[in-house]
Design a protein around this ligand. Structure first.
Ligand SMILES: Nc1ncnc2c1ncn2[C@@H]1O[C@H](COP(=O)(O)OP(=O)(O)OP(=O)(O)O)[C@@H](O)[C@H]1O
Length: 244
């Protein structure tokens, strides 16, 4: 029997793994609030997992810990088989850059740069050759349907286009894992659907492991598994609720 956080895919090592993850914050009265209280999750390559839950249930915290933006207080997170605990700040940043792409509700593209330059940015920082940066960024923007918008700045792109450019940027360094926090929260229905299709394709065809925090039922329905974060734990979401 497969447990809620376990990947049903057999034989493929997970791209992302959380075991017994605990994360606590101090409340206003000084007491510790265990936002994550022993969370387990495995994500296989090519798998999309949706995480749903009430406001304040810890979904963003979970994504930050999964993506090594924050360290867990206890438990283990492994990215591509490598544990994030015990790593120095520098090697953690390096692991994160190699293993994880992030997409947030707001795109955070740099407004004075074109779509192409924005997607090239992580590769330039990683000191890839200019020719490689340009070729890869062009390919990625074509992949997300922005081949005709390479030289547009963010303000000259629609909300949906901005978000798809942010996805292209997140994939620039070929991470095996993509983490998305309410990626369509700011989009109209049509643009949201297009983004959701893109996520499903990236998982299916590109072999990415995706964890998507969402309130959007149609996005959760595209996921292989929908998990509900409640009281610091992940539970299978009821199918009748569409997972949301
Ligand atoms: N840096 C922090 N310091 C103290 N408490 C925090 C911190 N970050 C988050 N929290 C608390 O942890 C809880 C979970 O926050 P989190 O942002 O992960 O929830 P969420 O499920 O993503 O919520 P939402 O759906 O509203 O975005 C909240 O009660 C929040 O106040």
């Amino acid at each position: 029997m497969t447990m809620p956080g376990e990947t049903p895919a057999v034989g493929r090592p997970p791209v992302l793994e959380a075991i017994g993850v605990v994360k606590a914050y101090r409340g206003g009265d000084g007491s510790a609030i265990r936002v994550l209280d022993g969370v387990d999750l495995q994500v296989a390559p090519g798998e999309m997992v949706a995480v749903v839950g009430a406001s304040g249930s810890g979904k963003s915290t979970f994504l930050h810990v999964l993506g090594a933006l924050e360290r867990p207080d206890a438990g283990v997170v492994r990215l591509g088989g490598q544990p994030t605990s015990g790593a120095s700040d520098e090697s953690l940043a390096e692991l994160r850059n190699r293993q994880v792409g992030f997409v947030f509700q707001f795109h955070h593209l740099l407004k004075e740069f074109s779509a192409l330059e924005n997607v090239m940015m992580p590769m330039r920082i990683a000191e890839r050759s200019e020719a490689e940066c340009r070729a890869r960024a062009t390919e990625l923007l074509e992949r997300v349907g922005l081949g005709a918008r390479l030289h547009h700045r963010p303000a000259e792109l629609s909300g949906g286009e901005q978000q798809r450019a942010a996805v292209a940027r997140a994939l620039a360094l070929r991470p095996p894992v993509l983490l998305a926090d309410e990626p369509s929260g700011n989009l109209d229905h049509q643009n949201a659907e297009r983004l959701h299709d893109l996520f499903a394709e990236l998982a299916q065809d590109g072999g990415l492991g995706l964890v998507v925090v969402t309130h959007n039922r149609s996005l959760a329905e595209r996921a292989q598994r929908t998990l509900h974060l409640e009281d610091g734990r992940l539970h299978p979401a009821p199918a009748s609720a569409g997972g949301v």
